[in-house]
Design a protein around this ligand. Structure first.
Ligand SMILES: Cc1ncc(COP(=O)(O)O)c(C=O)c1O
Length: 469
């Protein structure tokens, strides 16, 4: 069982007091948030009440009451001999909750209408199939279609270079497990996709971070070239995981010259470069960038184009790597279901129409969200987002967790900035996904306005972001 020391919990709880609720409720709410967004792993032991009270400079009664509050919401369990263990309660089954919940934590896009007819055609095609219905390498027809798409995007690819996975997250886990040993350094962006950071931790690797900024009217944003060079040269990472095309969460796109430079750095310092292209075709204002060169490992997924519910992704690599990964899958799972693969194979030939719809849907979502934020929260920064599915908003004050807690109390769930960083960075930022219907965003923003007002009442001073003009 992992333990969280009072000192590290106090760091994670920085700024936990909010304006309106009593101290114990504010403390419980912030610990709950740390559990929900994964900053403290479920199953971790929390410090003893007295130690935490000392570390936070509050009375023991406050911590006792906060722990009791967490117990009553099923977020804390007393285990004999182990103290208080944090856990996530099971989601409710049926029934109604008091406050209707707008869940913007998952950043999902609605299912593309093309999926249902593709699933029907796939079900018919399944009639001719025998076999086990799942496999480690992937359906030949689907691998061919994925390979053809890379070729059409400018990277000649054969089916033997494609491994079908259970979504992009599975691909990340598989590559990290097979491509690193504990203690290895892995280069990641800061901020990064939270579950990729989880995967770095899960394999016992050490993250080496490279900053990425969202573009604004006063800053082109993106990857700092010097930081990239230094990270490769000093850390000589075993693996580098990047999202160069509509980076999650900043939406940044790496320019062509920098792509060439990064590939050169990876070659020079012996780093296996992995680019996650889950969001690469979610272009709104600029063309979708082409893939990287042949020696770079590519991850792809239909989660943001067709539907996340299909759980189909892939890895594009050299034949030897594909074989190696296939051989090493089975300790964790036994293969990808054929029906999902056939559904994707039925839908992929029509992917350009799906992407055209996505572009319009994301454009509407982005313009609605950024318009509402500019009108109703004029103090917040204004990122320029050319593609992807979310806005990385500079709040101008280190209150992201407090805003998220206050919003959750009003029925809006979001992921706080620090979930996207290593070691609790980004308390000044909030990721707001916009792949939802305008009505959802119109319902969410007034809640954000109230949550912001509540967090600001006791929060740190506001430093108006430079791009607010
Ligand atoms: C950059 C990135 N990689 C991977 C994933 C996970 O994708 P999948 O649902 O295919 O596992 C996501 C999902 O949001 C993502 O944004």
């Amino acid at each position: 069982m992992t333990s969280t020391s009072s000192r590290s919990l106090a760091v994670l709880l920085d700024g936990w007091r909010d304006g309106d609720s009593s101290a114990y409720r504010a403390l419980a709410a912030r610990i709950r948030l740390l559990a929900v967004d994964g900053r403290i792993a479920s199953g971790s032991r929390l410090p003893a009440e007295r130690e935490l009270a000392l570390a936070l400079g509050v009375s023991r009664t406050t911590v006792t009451a906060a722990y009791a509050d967490l117990r009553s919401s099923d977020h804390l369990r007393s285990v004999r001999g182990s103290g208080s263990v944090l856990e996530l309660p099971l989601p409710p089954t049926g029934g109604t909750t008091a406050v209707p919940v707008l869940d913007l934590t998952r950043a999902v896009l609605p299912r593309a209408p093309q999926v249902l007819p593709a699933a029907v055609r796939a079900a018919v095609a399944l009639g001719d199939r025998g076999g086990s219905g799942y496999d480690l390498l992937g359906d030949d027809g689907l691998r061919r279609l994925v390979a053809e798409r890379y070729t059409a995007r400018g990277l000649p690819t054969g089916p033997h270079q494609v491994l079908i996975t259970l979504g992009a997250q599975h691909a990340i886990g598989l590559l990290f497990r097979t491509g690193t040993t504990p203690g290895d350094r892995v280069l990641v962006e800061s901020p990064s996709y939270p579950h990729a950071l989880d995967a770095v931790r899960a394999v016992g690797a050490r993250p080496v971070t490279v900053p990425v900024r969202a573009a604004t009217a006063t800053d082109p944003g993106g990857w700092d070239p010097e930081a990239l060079e230094t990270a490769f040269a000093r850390a000589r990472p075993a693996l580098g995981y990047l999202m160069p095309s509509f980076h999650n969460p900043t939406g940044a796109v790496m320019p062509q010259a920098q792509r060439r430079a990064v590939v050169e750095l990876a070659r020079r310092f012996g780093t296996r470069l992995v680019v996650d292209e889950t969001t690469a075709e979610l272009a709104i204002d600029v063309p979708a960038p082409a893939p990287f060169p042949d020696d770079v490992v590519h991850i792809g997924s239909v989660a943001k184009t067709l539907w996340g519910g299909l759980r189909i992704g892939w890895i594009r690599a050299d034949t030897q790597t594909v074989r190696h990964l296939t051989r090493h899958r089975s300790p964790w799972e036994l293969g990808t279901p054929v029906l999902d693969q056939l559904t994707v194979a039925e839908a992929l030939p029509g992917i350009d129409a799906v992407l055209a719809d996505r572009r319009e849907q994301l454009r509407t979502g982005r313009d609605t969200l950024l318009g509402l934020l500019a009108d109703d929260l004029p103090e917040w920064g204004r990122p320029l987002v050319a593609g992807g599915f979310c806005a990385w908003v500079n709040l101008g004050a280190e209150v992201s967790s407090a805003v998220v807690v206050a919003a959750a109390r009003r029925g809006l769930q979001l992921t706080a900035g620090p979930r996207f960083g290593v070691d609790g960075a980004f308390e000044r930022f909030l990721r707001v996904p916009f792949g939802y219907a305008p009505g959802v965003l119109e319902a969410a923003v007034p809640i954000l306005v109230e949550a912001w007002a509540e967090a600001r009442r006791s929060g740190p001073d506001l430093v108006v972001p430079a791009d607010v003009i």
